[in-house]
Design a protein around this ligand. Structure first.
Ligand code: CTP
Ligand code: CA
Length: 227
């Protein structure tokens, strides 16, 4: 088939996408988790593949199918996700859509924790590595375009701007994940693009449509060509 640039704006480009939640072990049968379905990140990986990119999708535990035409690396915890991301580099474009657990249990138990006279266990939490920030702040081998997400339940734009600066990425895709928004686990997403150039608010769309529009936008930024 004849692949015109308009159809395959990411042909020959390497794209890394993180998606899904992470699971942080408490003991062999229990985890700390979150409600991310992976739908938006997986849709972005699929859209990048459809745009001709060589795509690696590093995904936490999800119940949705692997996208077609994408290399999938399945991980559980944030630390495993970080290692898989480092393995997958270099990339031309890195998109961090995963809902990485902010904390893990300091020392997970080798055996199942039992109820007992001591009462409920106290879980001591420590902070996980920030995967996006560690890639965006690389001195060497930083992908030319690094995109983060900001899942917020309030002050969406303000929080996204702060994240853009704090993490050192080029763009933040901000979205409202408050329970009223229906985004978590739902079909649709309402996002705003936040960059040094300003804020662009998009109407609510299916997660697939958001993914296609994002990929077109990233391709334009990356190649300078119209996508
Ligand atoms: N992220 C990451 N590694 C982490 C935490 C977050 O790579 N340990 C990435 C997410 O994939 C997302 C961006 O950073 O692209 C923002 O995630 P978010 O949870 O909104 O930001 P945090 O910095 O964790 O701040 P908070 O949850 O307190 O709002
Ligand atoms: Ca977080």
């Amino acid at each position: 088939a004849l692949a015109r640039r308009g159809d395959q704006p990411l042909k020959g480009r390497r794209v890394l996408v993180t998606s899904g939640p992470t699971h942080e072990p408490i003991d062999p049968v229990r985890v700390l988790a979150n409600r991310s379905s992976g739908r938006q990140g997986h849709a972005i990986a699929a859209a990048a593949a459809a745009a001709g990119a060589d795509v690696t999708l590093v995904s936490g535990p999800v119940s949705i199918p692997d996208p077609a035409g994408v290399r999938v690396v399945a991980v559980e915890s944030a630390r495993e996700m970080l290692a898989a991301v480092e393995q997958a580099l270099p990339a031309d474009l890195a998109i961090f859509a995963a809902a990485v657990a902010d904390w893990r249990v300091e020392t997970d138990s080798a055996q199942k924790i039992k109820k007992g006279a001591g009462g409920p266990p106290t879980l001591r939490l420590v902070e996980n590595p920030d995967i996006l920030a560690s890639v965006a702040r690389r001195a060497e081998g930083r992908p030319p375009l690094v995109v983060g997400f900001a899942a917020e339940t309030q002050n969406v734009i303000e929080n996204a701007r702060a994240k853009l600066a704090r993490k050192g990425c080029d763009l933040i895709v901000a979205n409202d994940v408050s329970p009223e928004s229906g985004v978590m686990g739902g079909d649709r997403n309402t996002v705003a693009l936040v960059s040094a150039e300003g804020v662009e608010r998009w109407d609510a769309m299916t997660k697939e449509a958001v993914a296609q529009a994002l990929i077109a936008r990233f391709a334009t930024r990356l190649t300078g060509a119209s996508a």
